[in-house]
Design a protein around this ligand. Structure first.
Ligand code: PEP
Length: 250
């Protein structure tokens, strides 16, 4: 039985003090919930205050990106060790906004995933097709390629990753994949994971859905057999709506 995991991707929102206040609100709402892993992923500049706010609670801390090199002349980048040192335990890798606006490729997703795992962080690896790719009949090819190339060469560490299926056409648009549409792709990803490893490992890996998940649709989406939680954007910026999604996964 896979434990559900709900993570908030705050994107470029909230100052450090706002982040601490939001985490206090989330903690109150989700205190005592043990059946769902809860993760917040604020911007880098908030992480120190966010770590203090999360300390001793059931809210874990994630970052939104990580560089693959350990240190050196990489202006503007953040290493896995830097995140780990702040108390970060999860990191989002390959979000579609990184792919779309910042040149992220399957190759860099793979390097970041390996660096995160080597440092003991849990990567949340994002895959998902654009609307043009879905309409052009390319969904399957794109999702399988992103999954295989993003996760290639991980060996036994493959079992440690979390995957987020995020159809790009559903992110921030208010347009959600139907539970059946999402389930179909989650099952495809799980079959692909079995090709990369074996059925037992594939069955143990958690696959979140992301894309306009909100309290109203979270229960039905997470009720699908291969949907193991959510990666939440807009609805993660308010304690009440984020907590309502988490409670829908209990
Ligand atoms: C996201 O960006 O990961 C996301 C799922 O955003 P939203 O929930 O706002 O669609």
């Amino acid at each position: 039985m896979r434990k559900k995991i709900v993570a908030g991707n705050w994107k470029m929102n909230k100052t450090a003090s706002e982040a601490a206040a939001l985490i206090q609100g989330i903690k109150k709402e989700v205190a005592g919930i043990a059946k769902v892993d809860v993760v917040v992923c604020p911007p880098f500049t908030d992480l120190k205050d966010a770590a203090a706010a999360c300390a001793g609670s059931n809210v874990a801390l994630g970052a939104q990106n990580v560089h693959w090199e350990a240190s050196g002349a990489f202006t503007g980048e953040i290493s896995a060790a830097m995140l780990k040192d702040l108390g970060v335990t999860y990191v989002i890798v390959g979000h579609s906004e990184r792919r779309q606006y910042f040149g992220e490729t399957d190759e860099t997703v793979n390097k970041r995933t390996k660096a995160a795992l080597a440092a003991g962080l849990t990567p949340i690896v994002c895959v998902g097709e654009t609307l043009a790719e879905r309409d052009g009949g390319m969904m399957e090819e794109v999702v399988v390629r992103q999954t295989k190339e993003g996760l290639s060469g991980l060996g036994d560490d493959l079992a440690k990753v979390v995957i987020a299926y995020e159809p790009v056409w559903a992110i921030g648009t208010g347009r959600t994949a139907s539970p059946a549409q999402a389930q179909e792709v989650h099952a495809l990803i799980r079959r692909t994971l079995a090709e990369l490893s074996n059925g037992d490992v594939a069955n143990s890996i958690r696959i979140q859905y992301g894309g306009s998940m909100k309290p109203e649709n979270a229960g039905e989406l997470m009720g699908q057999p291969d949907i193991d939680g959510g990666l939440i954007g807009g609805a993660a910026l308010k304690a009440e709506s984020f907590a309502a999604i988490i409670k829908a996964g209990v």
